[in-house]
Design a protein. Structure first.
Length: 258
């Protein structure tokens, strides 16, 4: 009679790299899928969950919990290599670190003991690595902060340079406008010519009463005054201006808004 051959189970080597790819953060906790743990311990997912169900009183919600539909979809979308069975009628369970240690007290047999020891040693190495490199992690964060600060300084320097350039432009414009007559100055000048002192205009009329008298009109038109453009116009005779001057003398003194 031929001797019956036992099916050999492929033992998974548990390393830091292997575990890092199978630890997910869900509900603020780091967890491992039941399908991944069943492979580590040499079970089918169904047989593995049956072992857990037989000892369900040992697994509180902070040890193990079932994923919601949204959590499963989020896991499937963000982790394409996640060990999810699309044909299963039930959502997978996940185990926290405390749940994993409780699981080690439930699963029996030589393979279970071997894999539990390997998991404990691997987790210890992972934690030791974090503790040993916590100063290095702090230095990395400090370096990143330093780089961001340097970038901010460059931006601030550029802003200051732009402000200096803008101030120079404003200064140049102000320098160019310093000789321009202001409204207030123009009002004072006009009031000095147009006042209630009729004697000035009477003397003007007396001096330029001859029709042959040459008159030179100096000044700018109202539309060109702001552009600092002036002109000189030669004219003969002043009698034609008498009526205009008489009308102006009847007006109130011109006061421009400041």
């Amino acid at each position: 009679m031929a001797e019956e051959k036992k099916e050999e189970i492929a033992v998974i080597e548990i390393t830091e790299e292997y575990m890092k790819e199978r630890i997910y953060e869900i509900r603020g906790q780091r967890v491992i899928l039941d399908s991944d743990l069943s492979e580590i311990y040499g079970y089918t997912t169904k047989a593995f969950n049956q072992q857990v169900k037989n000892n369900i009183e040992k697994f509180d919600e902070d040890f193990m919990f079932e994923l919601t539909d949204d959590e499963v979809e989020d896991l499937r979308s963000n982790f394409l290599t996640a060990n999810l069975n699309s044909k299963s009628r039930y959502n997978p369970h996940v185990f926290t670190e405390q749940g994993l240690y409780m699981l080690m007290t439930v699963l029996k047999g030589p393979l279970a003991v071997k894999q539990s020891k390997a998991l404990i040693r691997t987790f210890k190495r992972m934690k030791d690595y974090i503790l040993e490199n916590r100063d290095l992690i702090g230095q990395r964060e400090l370096l990143q902060l330093s780089m961001e600060t340097a970038n901010n300084r460059i931006e601030i320097s550029k802003i200051n340079s732009d402000m200096i350039s803008l101030e120079k432009q404003i200064s140049d414009v102000a320098e160019g406008l310093k000789d321009v007559v202001t409204k207030s100055e123009l009002a004072d000048m006009m009031n000095s010519f147009i006042s209630d002192d009729d004697e000035k205009w009477l003397m003007f009329n007396a001096k330029f009463s001859s029709a042959d008298e040459r008159v030179f009109l100096c000044g700018a038109s109202s539309k060109d005054a702001g552009a600092r453009i002036t002109s000189i116009v030669e004219d003969y005779g002043t009698a034609k201006y008498n009526s205009v001057i008489a009308g102006l003398l009847k007006n109130s003194p011109l006061v421009l808004p400041k």
